[in-house]
Design a binder for this molecule. Structure first.
Ligand code: KIV
Length: 270
């Protein structure tokens, strides 16, 4: 029996995820509400309540204006919908600038939701924050490579790991986060050779997004993978269905039926 089959009946824990490295690929998707979390419950290993909700759910241009209150609100909804996957709350920009802020805000996340971990963006420069959280019994998912919260300072979304120097720097980031106590690391928007070098260099799992096949798992934003987010589509996004098209077609059916008075028919009338 694979770890996946065993786990479907049980709550996924940090130790389940640790054991999956090199044994079985880890699946993670984002969710922002109870409705979709319920659909993913018992299917995926992990759910990320990502600050990507600021773009796909709230229609903002980037993730930077998401707040800890919003993240807590959406994580509560996700925890109401899903009980089995390991649920991670994404700490928004500005909520973990200092160790004290990080501990204060992540403690709120633990007290006000059932999330089992928080995610923060940053490499070696954020190792002290990861350490402070770990020492306060808060599990941390790291996030390196292309980091959307660094959009303005980096001057755009930039693919990383294109040369030996940058690969070495990413590997050093991953090692620093592991050393500081992170239980896994999201590796976003890096060349696949870099993702492999990172994955091989650490003993905790890597979860890739736009990082190729060599990570220990994969994460996708649900509204990207199911074709609901139409503002742009990065190369790494595979659309498993065209959700927006499906909704539009069926909305049109509804409008037509209301306009020509065929809905509600007897079947839908008391
Ligand atoms: O906010 C988010 O959804 C994320 C994923 C892209 C990993 O950070």
């Amino acid at each position: 029996m694979s770890i996946h089959t065993e786990k479907l009946a049980k709550k996924v824990t940090l130790s389940t995820i640790a054991k999956m490295k090199g044994v079985e690929p880890i699946t993670m998707v984002t969710a922002y509400d109870a409705l979709f979390a319920k659909l993913f419950d018992g299917q995926v290993d992990m759910i990320l309540v990502g600050d990507s909700l600021n773009m796909s759910f709230l229609g903002k241009e980037d993730t930077l204006s998401a707040t800890i209150d919003q993240m807590i609100y959406h994580t509560q909804a996700v925890c109401n919908g899903a009980s089995l996957p390991l649920i991670v709350l994404d700490m928004p920009f500005g909520s973990y600038t200092t160790e004290a802020d990080a501990v204060k805000n992540a403690t709120r996340a633990y007290q006000e939701t059932n999330a089992q971990a928080v995610k923060i963006e940053g490499g070696k420069e954020r190792a002290n924050i990861v350490k402070a959280l770990s020492q306060n019994s808060i599990a941390v998912l790291g996030h390196i490579g292309l980091m959307p919260q660094f959009l303005r300072s980096d001057g755009g979304y930039k693919i990383r790991g294109k040369d030996k120097t940058d690969i070495a720097s990413l590997v050093a980031d991953a090692k620093a986060l592991e050393e500081a106590g992170a239980f896994a690391i999201v590796v976003e928007g890096v060349k696949s050779e870099a993702a492999k070098a990172i994955t091989d260099a650490i003993t905790i799992p890597t979860i890739g997004i736009g990082a190729g096949l060599d990570c220990d798992g994969q994460v996708l934003v649900w509204s990207d993978m199911f074709g609901f987010f139409e503002a742009f589509k990065p190369k790494f996004v595979k659309q498993y269905m065209n959700g927006a098209e499906l909704v539009r077609e069926n909305l049109e059916n509804y409008i037509t039926e209301v306009k020509n008075k065929t809905f509600p028919s007897d079947e839908f009338t008391y």
